[in-house]
Structures are given as C-alpha cells and as structure tokens.
Design a protein around this ligand. Structure first.
Ligand code: ZN
Length: 330
C-alpha cells in the first residue's frame, strides 16, 4: 500500500501539479453512485471486498486492467481536499478513486434500519494526530439504507509546532504511507477546517443554527472516546476556540460492540478481525480508518444492533462527560 501510493503520487500527482494547483478548485459534479463498503455483510460473495489489503495494492496500481475501475483503489487525497486538477487524466482516474463507490452494491434493498429511530445519519469520525490533529475525516452514512451519502476530509496543519517539528512529524506519520506530499500541499489550520466542516454540515442539514444545539437527527460514531472527548477540546484550546456545540454527544462503537456481541474489542482491528472484515487501505490513514470503521458499523447494523448515544457532555461544564452505558470499555 505504502509503496504503491508513494510511487503513484510521485509519478503522477507531483509531476502534474503545478503551483497554481493549490488554489481552491471545485471538482466537477459526479453522479452520486451507490457506495457500499459492506464487504462481509452480505452472504453473497463480493468480488472486491474479499481482497486482502495486499491484493488491493496490486489491483490499485493495475492501470492496464480494463476492469480496474471496479477494483478497490485508494482515494485521491487531492480530490478529498477539493484540489485534484487531474480529473481529465484517464490514467489518474484509473489509479485513484474519485467517488464513494469503492465497491459495488451487494445487497440492494435488503437492509432497512428500523432500529435507530431518532437518527437519520451517522457521522463516522476518526481523527489522526496525537500531539495536534493532523487529519479530520468524516463519513456520512444514511441510517436507513447504510449508504455513504457524503464525505468530508481535510488534512490539518498544527498551530503550535515549529515548521521543523511539523516536517519531522509528517515525515514520521505520513511519509511511510506515501501521503506526506499531499499533506503538505493541502493541510489547513483546524479553525479553518471547522469553518469548512460547518458549511458542509449546513449543506447536508445536519445542524440547527441555535447556540448549544446538538446535531439534527444525526450522531457522530467513533472508535473510542478519545476523538471527541479528549482531542477536539484539546485542539480547540490550542486555537483558543469555543468547543463547537455539535461535539456534545457521540456513539462509541466499542461500547456498542461490547454490549451487543458481549465481547470486548480493544480497537478497530480487533473488531474487524472478529467480524472477519478485511482491512482496506492503510491503517492509521484517517480516511481509510474511517471507511473501515464504517464497514464495522454497517456489519453491526446488518446484525441488528441498535445504535444509541453512549457519551454526553454536561452543557454547563463541558469537561464533564456522562457515560450512558453501564458496561463500557474504560
Ligand atoms: Zn485526483
């Protein structure tokens, strides 16, 4: 995975991206196609999702194969930042995914979620960056059909670190995944990410414009409490920002998993192994982790899980978090 991405980025993207390419670019409208990631959800054997990550690497670079557009391929990370200037280049389009339809629809209308009555959408979020946030990916899933209906992804530039430290940090974190160049080309500070994220949420009617209001018929889904409980407030403090009101509650998939399957899962990999869902993409690349967590979520919904809020902040003292499940991962 890492090598293929390094190679593709160096040979394709860097050589074609001129300085002007970093200006804001609105990609052409692509017809919304059904994007299903439920590799092992259906008993019908999927063509794509049964590939191991290693096999997926091979197919992702197979530009000679006329069928390669139906195979799994890495997302163009310039596209996710609204900055891909190569949408007309067929070899680039063969190598990188520019829409959500990573996999063919496998189960059509078999699934209809009647369990999460108060939620129309799940927002799967998986931040990257221990010292400061480096990547902010959110996958919007229709709670009724499980389709991915929208995607928000930004690389985030740390605000407190020196240039030298940022370079080392990015080299260590994203260099080995082959996406350090696109990170440098596209990362913006967290407060700008939040402005863009709020525009994106408004476009999808996910928020009501009232102070202190939570999401409107939607909930964040995370793997653990760290992302929303700890990291987002920390990053807001760094930038002296008020914690946005929509980060008041969330669903920790690990708690849901524990209460539903009666098994403890330490993390995403454990859940995927236990549910026999193949890992796609690069672990610890936020955009890929988000999709893999979404695959776990889809599988759990198919198994009949009822998703409920697992953690909620105190509205007056936002540091105080109440955990709503007695049985939970601590
Ligand atoms: Zn692209």
């Amino acid at each position: 995975m890492a090598n293929s991405r390094v190679c593709l980025l160096r040979h394709s993207l860097n050589s074609f991206l001129r300085p002007s390419a970093t200006s804001t670019f609105s990609p052409p409208v692509i017809p919304a196609r059904r994007f299903l990631m439920s590799s092992s959800i259906s008993s019908k054997q999927p063509l794509v999702a049964s590939l191991s990550a290693k096999e997926a690497v091979v197919t992702s670079t197979d530009s000679e194969n006329p069928n390669s557009s139906t195979r799994w391929k890495p997302m163009c990370l310039y596209y996710t930042q609204d900055k891909c200037t190569m949408m007309q280049d067929s070899s680039h389009l063969q190598k990188f995914n520019h829409s959500f339809n990573l996999e063919k629809a496998l189960y059509g209308d078999e699934y209809e979620n009647k369990h999460s009555e108060h939620l129309d959408f799940f927002l799967v979020l998986d931040l990257e960056g221990k010292v400061e946030i480096l990547e902010f990916p959110v996958l919007m899933i229709d709670a009724r059909t499980m389709d991915v209906v929208a995607f928000f992804h930004r690389f985030v530039r740390p605000s407190e670190m020196s240039e030298e430290r940022v370079n080392q940090y990015i080299e260590g974190k994203y260099g080995k995944l082959g996406v350090d160049r696109v990170w440098h080309d596209t990362a913006i500070p967290f407060d700008e990410v939040i402005i863009q994220f709020e525009e994106w949420m408004a476009k999808h009617s996910l928020c009501i414009k009232e102070p202190g209001s939570p999401l409107h018929r939607a909930a964040f889904v995370t793997c653990g409490n760290w992302d929303i409980k700890t990291k987002i407030p920390q990053q807001c403090k760094v930038l002296k920002m008020k914690l946005p009101s929509y980060f008041m509650e969330w669903i920790n998939l690990k708690d849901i998993y524990l209460n539903f399957y009666k098994r403890r899962a330490a993390g995403m990999r454990t859940m995927m192994n236990e549910l026999k869902i193949p890992l796609l993409g690069s672990h610890h690349l936020g955009i890929d982790d988000t999709k893999n967590i979404a695959r776990v979520l889809q599988r759990m919904l198919m198994d009949g899980v009822v998703l409920k809020i697992t953690a909620r902040r105190n509205h007056l003292i936002t540091e105080k978090v109440e955990f709503l499940f007695e049985n939970r991962i601590k």
